[in-house]
Design a protein around this ligand. Sequence first.
Ligand code: SAH
Length: 344
Amino acid sequence: MKDIRTLSLEQLTDYFLSIGEKPFRAKQVYDWLWSKNLHSIDEMTNISKNLREKIAQEYTINPVSVDLLQKSADGTIKNGVKLHDGLLVESVLIPTETRTTACVSSQVGCSLNCEFCATARLKRMRNLEVAEIVDQVALIDRQSKLYFDRPLSNIVFMGMGEPMMNYKNVVEAIRKITQPEGLGMSPRRITVSTSGIPKMIKMLADEEVKVKLALSLHSAIEEKRNDIMPFSEKFPLTDIMEALQYWYSKTGSPVTFEYCVWGGINDTEEDIKALIKYCRKVPSKVNIIQYNPIGEGKFDHRSTKAEERYVSELTKAGITVMVRKSRGGDIDAACGQLANKSAE
Ligand code: SAH
């Protein structure tokens, strides 16, 4: 049976007209589905029982469900989220003093092959549906209210998958999350993180809905980046920069570069200089992300000394830089640790 959440408002309206119902029914149902995140046709209380039964004969709702909930000592909550076909993704709630951030997945597995990322070890199984992305957000919003007494404030597409490789559904989910008839969240509080696919960055820049953009850089030296993120051979750093400049010209929103520092890999003066040179080409800031070991030996040498050098030299060069502490490490919820156990 078809999931009613695959229908647009127009399609819902056509459906109600086709069964001799008033078009406003579509708006009512849409509101239950996308604003209230209701998962049962039978609970749509402003629709008559007869009509609810009629709808349920034709359509179903495939909600996601929490398969496993783990809490970290630092408050981070990791959800193993089960999809209707039994596959699992992970969605993480990250609380700080002032905000709650949802880290959501866009794909089951990932087709990219970043050597330092746990998700990359799984093959890409499939793209998430629009509703499966929105469900993760609604789920974490409920958890935020339940455990922290406040609504979700931010969303980052930094879970499993490459959002730009599931572009259509990610953008439609963002529309549903931000539109007043949906969850009504501010697009300024949503960050899409990408490994860098120039064409898609430009496409996102042209969308009406204006989100923030983060780029996983890790090295501004072409050969080095290709070594640790092999897929990037297809996307030279100059093409990525051109797309980022386009992004800034269209959105006025500075880019965040995500960067891990690994001893013996990108800890030299030359690495820092290359990063500074690259950053200067577009309004941007740098987030140094603490690496979370995934048992891939060559990345395991954390160098706080090198991190400090990055911070001091970037700052001297006038570039904003933050060191992002890792969260949820004790429950494998940290970046790159979101491996789908069922698929291993
Ligand atoms: N595919 C997207 C989003 C998912 S990864 C992207 O590449 O941006 C989210 C962030 O976590 C990226 O910056 C990624 O480079 C980083 N990351 C991946 N594995 C990590 C690890 N083991 N430790 C720290 N950060 C990691």
